[in-house]
Design a protein around this ligand. Structure first.
Ligand code: AKB
Length: 316
């Protein structure tokens, strides 16, 4: 991959951790710079350059961009849906000012390409719930959704006005065993596996029938790399692409888990996250991504459940 240097911002989160691992395989450890507001203890973060970075600190962004001259940026730092509802002002500031800071530094330092994730949270209660189209009514009613939708508009604007090559997908809920989710509404779909294997039971913070779109992490990483590496003429949507794997409710997921752990028991105690989940779609039409840059998921719901249990069993 030539002289490319990749900078990951927010690299220690759920996506960043797994993405860092894959990017090191492609570009080599020395060419993948990880950064986050804190450096975790794990040795993994000592195997390639690491910088402490707060995306609200423009001076520090300049220092890091001028030190490494990155060609590619993965800007993942954000406050997710549940956390942003607890601190709406910070949600706006971190998600929007952080994005502008990275866009502006990218223009100044001639960054070739940026990946920035949006989310199914852009959709709101007035959006069609089933098979939600790429283009439809979009009226998010959470701070996180509002910032992701605004961010999408700015991705398109910076591309049209300044030629910045930003690419984006609307992540559904992401499930993986290598890293922990951090403050989202779909986090239950990861917690449930840990609790099933540790305690054979789980108290779910969403109702039994709350169906949401989800994706297994290897597919999410594949989509992220596929869109970032796609030929420029294949990227026709410059806001953000719908993306999906499968949809399930807590009840359906617990049934699938019971196929492996027959004594597993689930109970339901919905909290404030239920309202957020109720405003989101049940399933997503991702045909634009499939047609434009060849998106294809590999894992079905059943395959994801087997793989999660197999890998987490080794840990517990
Ligand atoms: C969340 O639940 O906030 C995230 C998301 C769907 O973007 N996982």
């Amino acid at each position: 991959m030539g002289k490319e240097k990749v900078l990951i911002i927010g690299s220690c989160g759920q996506v960043g951790t797994e993405l860092s691992e894959e990017l090191r395989k492609i570009y080599g450890n020395d060419n993948v710079i990880s950064s986050d507001i804190k450096k975790p203890q794990s040795d993994f973060w000592n195997d390639s350059p690491f910088e402490i970075l707060d995306v609200l600190d423009k001076k520090r962004i300049s220092e890091i961009f001028s030190k490494y001259k990155p060609s590619h940026i993965y800007h993942l730092a954000a406050l997710l849906s549940a956390t942003a509802e607890k601190n709406p002002k910070l949600g706006w500031q971190l998600n929007m000012d952080g994005l502008f800071n990275i866009f502006d530094a990218s223009l100044e330092f001639g960054v070739k390409r940026i990946f920035w994730p949006s989310s199914i949270a852009v959709f709101g209660p007035t959006t069609p719930k089933k098979n939600t189209p790429q283009q439809c009514v979009i009226e998010p009613n959470t701070v996180y959704g509002i910032t992701k939708f605004t961010g999408e508009r700015y991705c398109e604007y910076y591309h049209r006005r300044y030629g910045l090559d930003v690419r984006s997908i609307r992540y559904p809920g992401l499930i993986g065993y290598k890293s922990e989710p951090g403050g989202g509404t779909t986090d239950y779909a990861v917690e449930i596996f840990h609790e099933a294997l540790k305690n054979n039971k789980y108290s779910c913070f969403l109702n039994s029938d709350t169906t949401l779109p989800m994706l297994y992490m290897p597919d999410a990483i594949k989509a992220t790399l596929d869109i970032t590496h796609a030929e420029t003429d294949k990227i026709k949507t410059r806001s953000s692409y719908n993306l999906a794997g499968f949809s399930f409710s807590p009840e359906l997921l617990s049934d699938k888990i019971k196929n492996h752990l027959p004594d597993f028991k689930i109970s339901y105690k919905p909290d404030e996250r239920q309202k957020i989940a109720d405003s989101w779609p049940e399933s997503i039409d991702d045909s634009f991504a499939r047609k434009d840059w060849g998106w294809q998921n590999q894992f079905s719901l059943e395959e994801m459940v087997s793989d999660m249990i197999k890998n987490l069993k080794e840990r517990y």
